[in-house]
Write a new protein. Structure first.
Length: 151
């Protein structure tokens, strides 16, 4: 059964401990999961190739794959907030597109392994853009809401 579960990827947790994700040097990316997807995405999603192998990548108005948007690390991050390490990203923007999506995958194309997925997000419904910007807005970068936090 197709599903999207918002989760930090299990493989990312292990790869983080192995030092295979460098948030100072790597540029993170976001891909969108199309409306009517067929795969299952969540903590077990390890590689962004799972999205393309299921033909679940969001399409642009002409019917070809939308591609990715950059999720640049926000200024001043990573940082500590009390005893919690936090990471924040600038919003990822797919500029001037016509598309719809039900979720997104944050990934690191520079990871030193095949476990490049960082996290999967369910939009809890279809989000669309018509000849405009599709923006994936990350939550406030604080100890309670940051998209990545180690407490």
């Amino acid at each position: 059964m197709a599903s999207i579960t918002t989760a930090l990827a299990s493989g990312f947790k292990l790869e983080l401990l192995k030092g295979q994700h460098d948030f100072d040097a790597h540029t993170m990316r976001v891909k969108l999961i199309k409306t009517g997807y067929s795969g299952t995405y969540g903590a077990g999603t390890a590689a962004i190739s799972e999205l393309t192998s299921n033909s679940d990548e969001a399409l642009n108005g002409s019917g070809s794959a939308l591609g990715h948007a950059t999720a640049a690390i926000a200024t001043g991050f990573p940082q500590m907030s009390g005893t919690t390490a936090i990471m924040d990203f600038d919003d990822a923007v797919f500029a001037s597109v016509t598309t719809s999506a039900e979720g997104a995958i944050l990934f690191n194309p520079n990871a030193d392994s095949s476990a490049d997925v960082i996290a999967v997000f369910n939009f809890n419904g279809t989000v669309s853009a018509t000849s405009g910007d599709f923006t994936v807005q990350f939550p406030t970068g604080d100890a309670t809401n940051a998209i990545l936090r180690l407490a």
